[in-house]
Ligand binder design. Structure first.
Ligand SMILES: [Fe+2]
Ligand SMILES: [Fe+2]
Length: 251
């Protein structure tokens, strides 16, 4: 367990080659978590965030690397908190060969943010991206969790799952790493707000069974490591959401 106080004003190394570069807003109960993977010759930025978060996120990116080194931006889904700033991020990176990595069903929405980079549509590439180093990222389509066009990313090298809104949390007492059981209460609040039913969650959790997951890095809430990983999976497996809470009728 991490005991040292973390400085949320600066980028935080989750692993040697994975960084949190989010904006810590003390007033918010919904914290957004962009991440970087720094591989040999390639750098991936996950869910860069919103326009209001742009300056802080990019300052933290610049503290770690030169933005021109970013070769891929992974877009888990279309929400403004996920990629509202993508067009300005793209400009700052300034690479002709930058790739936007997303599900093909998302492309028709993301282009409305005014992007110009080519898309790497994961479902048209075997659900995988192999980096020059041989590192393999695998993508799962996660329809209705909550976006019909969403994906999560599993990094085989670090055994990390970048889980988008899934496994996220809503809390007035946010910390980057889950360290107490309150994390499960935060997860309940968030999932019961955005997930349409337990059925879709259960189906997704079943698909995860073939992966050895050491940590989960959600786009909101806290990073889950160690025993928090299986406990979070079990927690969501049994969590009624959305239409389950209304007796099967629409509110
Ligand atoms: Fe979302
Ligand atoms: Fe989100």
């Amino acid at each position: 367990m991490r005991v040292k106080a973390l400085d949320y004003e600066n980028p935080i190394a989750v692993l040697r080659d994975i960084y949190w570069v989010g904006f810590y807003d003390q007033e918010a109960d919904l914290h957004c978590n962009p991440y970087l993977i720094i591989d040999d010759e390639e750098v991936l930025l996950f869910d860069p965030g919103s326009i209001p978060h742009f300056s802080v996120v990019m300052r933290k990116v610049i503290d770690v690397i030169n933005p021109e080194e970013i070769t891929h931006v992974v877009l888990s889904h279309q929400d403004p908190d996920v990629c509202g700033n993508i067009a300005v991020v793209e400009d700052l990176i300034g690479r002709d060969d930058l790739k936007l990595v997303n599900h093909s069903s998302l492309t028709r929405l993301v282009q409305h943010y005014g992007v110009k980079s080519p898309f790497y549509e994961v479902d048209k590439n075997g659900g995988k991206l192999e980096l020059k180093s041989g590192r393999v990222l695998e993508f799962l389509h996660t329809p209705f969790l909550h976006s019909p066009f969403g994906i999560v990313t599993y990094d085989h090298e670090s055994k990390s799952l970048f889980s988008s809104d899934i496994f996220g949390g809503l809390s007035d007492h946010w910390s980057l790493f889950a360290s107490e059981d309150a994390a499960f209460e935060s997860m309940s609040r968030w999932h019961q707000l955005i997930i349409p039913s337990n059925r879709v969650l259960k189906d997704f959790l079943q698909k995860l069974e073939r992966f050895d997951i050491q940590r989960i890095l959600p786009q909101h809430g806290s990073i889950l490591e160690g025993s928090f990983v299986p406990r979070a999976i079990e927690h969501l497996r049994n969590l009624p959401c959305g239409i389950d809470l209304t007796g099967g009728t629409l509110p």
